[in-house]
Ligand binder design. Sequence first.
Ligand code: 3HC
Length: 303
Amino acid sequence: KRPVGAPDKELANKVTKVGIIGAGLMATQFATLFLRRLQVPVVLTDLDQARCDKGVETVRAEIDKLHDKGRIDADTRARLRASISGTTDKQAFADCDWVIEAVFEDVGVKQQVFGEIEQIVAEDAVLATNTSSLSVDKIGAKLARPERLIGFHFFNPVAVMPLIEVVKASKTDDATLATAMRVAKDLRKNAVITADRPGFVVNRVLAMVLGEAMQAVENGTPLEIVDHSLDGIGLPMSPFELLELVGLKVGAHVLDSHHAPFPDRFYRSDALHALAERGAKLLTRDGKDRPNGYTKDLQKVCG
Ligand code: 3HC
């Protein structure tokens, strides 16, 4: 059955090489998944060679883990290890037909990296952004061919979470959308097509949950009560665990991007910004599986 809003799959282009802009936490998770599922060469790029090398090392360590868990055999491990590379030379992207960025959540930075890459890649290469809270239309505003830009939003941890939001911006064409749907399927993820709107679909809900949690503790509700508020509906992580998983900076950014267009509906948390700025932790990790305490940083937030 064709997913809601999906174009004819015959329009999809085959992906033979993947380029990833960024070599940090998200980028290396993408690289591991693309290598494993698409079995094509993957190249990473970042600001300097040391970051690229570290990214490649991380991906190779993840491939080794897959082997050690029995998920891939020794030949596949050797092939995948040889298929990842990292370089600051953007010309290595010239033969990539799928490029995805995982750089800082800033429109200007994303516009700049895509502006550079679009001059290097082939005409029909797809440019995908993993933005969680910026407008895909705005990211593509300076591109010569914005029709090949699409949102491709993963969830953390990338290897485990089953969903990808495929964000169709106003200029995204059907071939790009069809290719993105095919890539999502090849990655063995469920894809939903969403419009380019604040929070797409999932972060609308997440922003409400995290905003409510922050507002409640700032207003004096005990941390334990807020932190266990999701247990009743069976979510696998508490609000503060979720915040730590996605990163406090990303979390604060997600709240801002909802508060700006909908100030009456969504909470903007200055306290969360301050915690993010300080690189604060929220939870102590004395317990093996679940955290069992709150750091002084988080306790200070309580009103
Ligand atoms: N990174 C990579 N892999 C991880 C991981 C991590 N941080 N945490 C767990 N895993 C892997 C484990 O290695 C294991 O893999 P395996 O099956 O190959 O051995 C698998 O996940 C299951 O791990 P556990 O046995 O530890 O299982 P748990 O039952 O504790 O589940 C969890 C861990 C999957 C992270 C679960 O707690 C969960 O689903 N949490 C909710 C996550 C969530 O809501 N994510 C969305 C955040 S929103 C977002 O990302 C959007 C952004 O725009 C803000």
